[in-house]
Design a protein around this ligand. Structure first.
Ligand code: NAX
Ligand code: K
Length: 522
């Protein structure tokens, strides 16, 4: 059963349970313990363990038959239920006239429970697992270890998988590539697969790197686990999807005017002006009623001209002294703040960040705003008392949290720990961006195309987040929505993307979301 406490579970229901709950649960990411609990509850419900295993093996066999023509297959079976699934795959492929061989890691008499039931239904020979087993195979099914793996792969299992990978023969993983830790995505000996078929729901490892890369394509198979298992299992991690936050997106109506859509303020540094300009444009595109850039005129007046000439609907406000900034921040019509893109690392940026946080308005801290606190992160965290989103990439994350969050390959745990320490929402960016809240809620994003690996795309993400916060959206959901919109905008543009293309893609992506929002809750 899940380990989260009852109050926390209730809090989750408040934020994600309010509507579209069934749709949201399709995107739940389960821990290996939660998956085992789902299995147990399903068996209580009346579906036998043998049937579940049959369904799981059938899903894998079907996926193989749908994708490949008949060819020689070797199924590598391990000692537990993952191996049991493998015996089902072997039997069903053989029944469909595929040439199948089975290789078993342990002596047959060691196989227990429903795995032994399905091993007995396999009529063909069973080889002892060695690298020789791979001879002649054109497809390899990896049913060695699944959720039950508790330590690094070693010995024959590791040798055979390494040899299989070296041959470049396509490998299909049952549940997870063996050696991948289901709760973290850490690689403890897995090799890359072309396809992974998992059951009921994805696990965290299917989305977090390096797991995501090792899995290849993903198929989530229905094995008749009833959704009522969620009466007893409360997921606290989801794959990012509009159903999680579309109902919280700001809406326009006849009473909308520019002031009640919020006023976003971006700190516009000098001489790097492009970052703040792209962020401001992005905030405006996602619906901030007014967007201003507070322009650093402490060094010269050229900065103000650059911002004023290159921005049209976005206002440039000169700021020469700290007092000027404080005066702007005292305007209560300003409802969202962003500092970091092109701000410069140093004590001036630190002071400006602290002024912004003191204003109590929702604040996004990105890039240089984070790096400026490298020597003194505690002073930043103490100043965070209101809605705040931190958007570090891995380098910025390690600068800020190096001494506070243990270094590990577990990105989800690191993002959660950082959110708790900073009392802010943390968007830990990357191909597998994690959005974490101080109370433990987490969302993993999977819609980001690699074209986002381009200068300035982070500035756009910070601006989108700002635009949603400015309109009053709850920070955790605003962060998830921003990350998703960012990925969808990049996908909508396609190849050749540069960061300044992104804001212009937002209207088309928002249009699709508005349609979804209009649909009745499921
Ligand atoms: N919804 C579900 O959870 C379902 C799960 N099924 C399958 O059941 C699997 C989980 O089964 P199990 O819990 O039996 O786990 P595994 O089949 O992953 O293996 C567990 C066995 O491996 C041993 N072991 C663990 N790490 C090892 C290592 N590094 N070296 C050597 N031995 C090691 C354990 O002591 C145990 O004997 C899933 O991955 C999935 O394939 C399906 O059969 C049906 C539905
Ligand atoms: K496996």
């Amino acid at each position: 059963m899940t380990s989260i406490s009852t109050p926390q579970r209730d809090a989750l229901k408040c934020d994600l349970h309010s509507s579209r709950r069934d749709e949201q649960l399709l995107h739940a990411l389960l821990t290996t313990n939660q998956m085992a609990e789902a299995d147990r509850l399903t068996i209580d419900y009346g579906i036998t363990a043998e049937t579940l295993m049959e369904n799981a093996g059938r899903a894998v066999a079907t996926a193989i038959m749908n994708r490949w023509n008949i060819c020689p297959v070797v199924v590598l079976c391990g000692p537990g239920n993952n191996g049991g699934d493998g015996f089902v795959v072997a039997r069903l492929l053989a029944e469909a006239n595929w040439p199948v061989r089975v290789a078993l890691l342990v002596p047959l008499e060691k196989i227990q429970g429903c795995a032994s039931y399905h091993a007995a239904r396999w009529n063909g020979p069973i080889d002892t697992l060695t690298t020789a087993t791979l001879e002649g195979a054109e497809l390899i099914v990896d049913a060695l270890f699944g959720a039950g793996l508790s330590r690094s792969l070693e010995g024959v299992a590791a040798q055979v998988l390494t040899a299989a990978s070296a041959k470049n023969t396509p490998i299909i993983a049952v549940d997870v590539p063996s050696g991948l830790m289901g709760d973290t995505g850490e690689n403890m000996g897995a090799v890359p697969c072309v396809l992974t078929v998992m059951f009921f729901r994805k696990k965290i490892a299917h989305l977090l790197q390096p797991g995501k890369r090792l899995c290849g394509d993903l198929i989530v198979a229905n094995i008749d686990t009833p959704s009522s298992v969620f009466d007893c299992i409360s997921p606290d991690c989801y794959e990012n999807h509009p159903s999680l936050w579309v109902n919280a997106l700001p809406i326009l109506n006849v009473d909308s005017h520019k002031y009640n859509r919020g006023h976003a303020l971006v700190w516009g540094g000098w001489p790097m002006t492009g970052a703040a300009r792209m962020a401001a444009l992005s905030a405006a595109r996602v619906g901030a009623g007014l967007t201003s850039v507070a322009v650093d005129t402490s060094q010269n007046d050229i900065a103000l001209s650059v911002y004023a000439i290159t921005l049209t609907s976005i206002m440039a406000k000169p700021v020469t002294t700290q007092q000027d900034l404080d005066t702007i921040l005292s305007d209560k019509r300003i409802t969202g703040l962003l500092i970091g893109p092109g701000a410069g690392v140093g004590s001036d940026t630190k002071l400006r960040v602290l002024s912004m946080l003191k204003s109590g308005q929702a604040t996004v801290l990105d890039a240089d705003a984070l790096s400026s606190f490298q020597q003194d992160p505690e002073s930043l965290f103490q100043a965070i008392n209101g809605p705040c989103v931190l958007t570090p990439h891995e380098d910025e994350f390690s600068r800020l949290f190096a001494d506070l969050v243990p270094t590990s390959d577990n990105k989800l745990a690191r993002a959660r720990a950082a959110a708790k320490i900073s009392r802010a929402i943390v968007i830990l960016k990357g191909n597998d961006t994690v959005i974490a809240a101080p109370d433990g809620r987490a969302i993993i994003n999977a819609n980001a195309p690699s074209t986002l690996a381009t200068a300035g795309s982070g500035d756009v993400l910070a601006g989108i987040t700002l635009g949603l916060l400015t309109q009053g959206m709850e920070p955790f959901l605003a962060s998830a929505a921003a990350v998703w919109l960012h990925g969808a905008a990049a996908t909508h543009f396609g190849l050749g993307l540069i960061a300044e293309d992104l804001p212009d893609q937002l209207p088309a992506v928002l249009k699709q979301l508005v349609q979804l929002k209009k649909q009745p809750d499921t």
